[in-house]
Design a protein around this ligand. Structure first.
Ligand SMILES: Cc1cc2nc3c(=O)[nH]c(=O)nc-3n(C[C@H](O)[C@H](O)[C@H](O)COP(=O)(O)O)c2cc1C
Length: 148
């Protein structure tokens, strides 16, 4: 079984991506971790050009998405990344969102892009980055992955 962990950086989400990777490995997944990074130049069609991020989901059985909430919504970078991904149809995903407390429609927005392209959102978790990560929050994330 193959898993892809695609994330947009915040200190919290980057740390959690590593934890997610280790938990998935315990479940015998072979794991690819990819950080979605914006290229300085824009595409001609004004879509954000990606500098990095695996966009072909075909090889993967599970995709875990992680991103911070920006302006009470999912980060534009994650939204643009999702719009550029291919072979989403039928794929199982899980969404991990970091925020300081006001997540607004972040989860709904990202979930709707996945669903629109035929992907299935198995589960989601919102983690507060307020006062940083602690054992309790890390435990929640581990449990979240184990339950997938
Ligand atoms: C420009 C910007 C806008 C943000 N908007 C929100 C927001 O609307 N709601 C929220 O809960 N957190 C918001 N955050 C916090 C982030 O989601 C994230 O939790 C925080 O940046 C974590 O940073 P760190 O882990 O790198 O310390 C915002 C952060 C930035 C930088």
């Amino acid at each position: 079984m193959k898993a892809l962990v695609s994330f947009v950086h915040s200190n919290e989400i980057t740390q959690l991506a590593e934890i997610v990777k280790e938990e998935l490995k315990k479940k015998n997944y072979s794991v690819t971790v990819t950080e979605v990074i914006k290229h300085k130049k824009k595409n001609k069609n004004k879509q954000i050009k990606l500098k990095s991020g695996v966009t072909n989901w075909k090889p993967f059985d599970l995709i875990v998405l992680g991103f911070p909430v920006i302006g009470i919504s999912s980060s534009h970078l994650m939204n643009d990344y999702l719009k550029q991904c291919t072979n989403i149809s039928g794929k199982q995903t899980a969404i991990l969102v970091g925020c300081i407390g006001l997540h607004g429609n972040a989860l709904k927005k990202a979930s709707s892009i996945v669903s629109f392209h035929g992907g299935k959102v198995k589960d989601s978790l919102i983690i507060s980055s307020f006062l940083g990560l602690n054992e309790k929050k890390i435990g929640q994330v581990k449990q979240f992955i184990q339950n997938l």
